[in-house]
Design a protein around this ligand. Structure first.
Ligand code: DGP
Ligand code: NA
Ligand code: NA
Length: 212
């Protein structure tokens, strides 16, 4: 009998919604519950492609908008063999941003349609659960000023949010909208409970492909 697979769980949301903290807490909690779990983040800045992306984000490098879109996607694709290997070994993956950030950020730019933006990520491992950490622009602003990286402005983030809402209308995906204005602890408890349920539910189901 084939072994049980791990779940692919993605956290998305606009900047400062608390994704990175919640991803870490979730991995710790799953491990504490005796489940195997690993953390991934995109962009993963340590690879050669990731270093190009990083220099683009910190504005040390300018790249054409289509070209950087494809690099973000390539950065996800280069991790697919490792992701599949882990999932099939029974390791649950908690992922800090995925193809949805890819589409939401690029399609927030002028002259990009959603369909073109989705194409390069079509066929990636399909998440079993996408937790969208929802936070109003006003609440996000109270958490401090934007940094100096590219995309860190309120007008751009508002467009990104609208793109995310559009992506969430896709009912073939398991989106769960979470209220990120709650305390870190309350939000963590809710995320943990939904994630544990997902791990149970998908363990005997085949891994599917995204946007296919
Ligand atoms: P983070 O390391 O999570 O703060 O993400 C870095 C920034 O890059 C953040 O503003 C979101 C943006 N981003 C993440 N993934 C993609 C992507 O695939 N495409 C584009 N254009 N932007 C992305
Ligand atoms: Na950021
Ligand atoms: Na983050």
């Amino acid at each position: 009998m084939a072994g049980r697979r791990g779940a692919l769980i993605v956290l998305e949301g606009v900047d400062r919604a608390g994704k990175t903290t919640q991803c870490r807490r979730l991995v710790e909690a799953l491990r504490a519950a005796g489940l195997r779990a690993d953390l991934l983040r995109f962009p993963e800045r340590t690879t050669e492609i990731g270093q190009l992306i990083s220099s683009y984000l910190v504005k040390n490098k300018n790249l054409e908008d289509h070209a950087i879109h494809l690099l973000f996607s390539a950065n996800r694709w280069e991790h697919v063999p490792l992701m599949k290997e882990k999932l099939h070994k029974g390791i649950t993956l908690v992922v800090d941003r995925y193809a949805f950030s890819g589409v939401a950020f690029t399609s927030a730019k002028e002259n990009f349609c959603l369909e073109w933006c989705k194409q390069p990520d079509s066929g990636l491992p399909k998440p079993d659960l996408i937790l969208f950490l929802q936070l109003s622009p006003e609440a996000a602003a109270k958490r401090g000023n934007f940094g100096s990286e590219r995309y860190e402005s309120s007008t751009f983030q508002e467009k990104v949010l609208q793109s995310f809402y559009h992506l969430m209308t896709d009912k073939t995906l398991n989106w769960k909208v979470m209220d990120a204005s709650k305390s870190t602890e309350d939000l963590h408890r809710e995320i943990k409970s939904i994630a544990e349920k997902t791990v149970q539910e998908v363990q005997n189901k085949p891994l599917e492909e995204l946007w296919k």
